[in-house]
Design a protein around this ligand. Structure first.
Ligand code: NAP
Length: 250
């Protein structure tokens, strides 16, 4: 029987022993996932650009009964240089020896303007943070992922990663690119245990969604903690062999 990631049910230690890096773990979906993964037994590497926010989540995880102690990786994806990315890869290999899960979650919205009006500098920044940075992080972390028995990468897509809607500019283009990057990686690794999939979270009550839809009724939206089953599924053992897919989870 095939599993529906949306309604996946799991044991409360399903991620026990797994080492998982989550980018953008300081807010929204990434923060909720970091806290939840830690309660499920994962050793979480919290990535973010803001040390104060990272330390607050670190403390929250430390106060969860039985949760493994997390780690912190500070890297501003808009400004970090090549050396900073290779230092990230090296520090994970040195400290843990392997990586079992990599969740590319950090992202920015950019301008909501027509292509005619879109600022080229902003375009470059959005593509850099949302697409180029995940590429470089993946490249640097593949050696550690290959040391895992069951390595899983999740890229975060969007509905506008499949349909080019007006006024979604660089964000939409970055998410189309994300879908293709995940497929390329999956197809290049069909003969290995490394799997790569996309999740489109759908509308979720976060700061990014508020920025995109300021007039919307926020109470009608799901909270980040309510959409995590598919992430847990793809990070855990029950999705072994699943690769090259893109999941809409609402
Ligand atoms: P969010 O609440 O705005 O969180 C974004 C995260 O990315 C934050 O942790 C933020 O850090 C981090 N980030 C942004 N720029 C960064 C940079 N330069 N360097 C390092 N970290 C950076 O957004 P969200 O809604 O949870 O979005 C998470 C993912 O889901 C994104 O990829 C988004 O495109 C996708 N998504 C969301 C929705 C939705 O409805 N919410 C729908 C479809 C797809 P700070 O805390 O420092 O700001």
């Amino acid at each position: 029987m095939s599993i529906d990631p949306k309604t996946y049910e799991y044991a409360n230690d399903v991620l026990k022993g797994r080492i998982i890096l989550i980018t953008g773990a300081t807010d929204g979906i990434g923060k909720a996932l970091a806290l939840h993964a830690a309660t499920l037994g994962a050793q979480v590497i919290l990535h973010g650009r803001n040390t104060g926010k990272l330390e607050a989540i670190y403390d929250e995880i430390e106060s969860i009964d039985g949760a493994p102690r997390p780690s912190i990786a500070v890297l501003d994806l808009a400004t970090a240089d090549g050396d900073a990315y290779s230092a990230l890869g090296k520090s994970i290999e040195d400290e843990f020896g392997r990586l079992d899960g990599l969740v590319h979650n950090a992202g920015i919205l950019g301008q909501r303007l027509s292509l005619e009006q879109y600022d080229p500098g902003e375009w470059q920044k959005v593509l850099h943070v949302n697409l180029t940075a995940p590429f470089v992080i993946t490249q640097q972390l593949i050696p550690a992922l290959r040391n895992s028995e069951d390595p899983s990468i999740i890229f975060t897509s969007s509905g506008v990663g499949r349909v080019g809607k007006p006024f979604w500019g660089a964000y939409s283009v970055s998410k189309f690119g994300t879908e293709s990057m995940s497929q390329i990686l999956a197809n290049e690794n069909r003969h290995t245990s490394l799997r790569s999939n996309c999740i489109n979270p759908g509308p979720v009550r976060t700061n990014m969604r508020l920025e995109a839809y300021p007039a919307e009724d926020r109470d009608a939206l799901k909270k980040p903690g309510e959409i995590l089953a598919a992430y847990v599924y793809l990070l855990g053992p029950d999705s072994k062999g699943v690769t090259g897919e893109s999941f809409d989870i609402q």
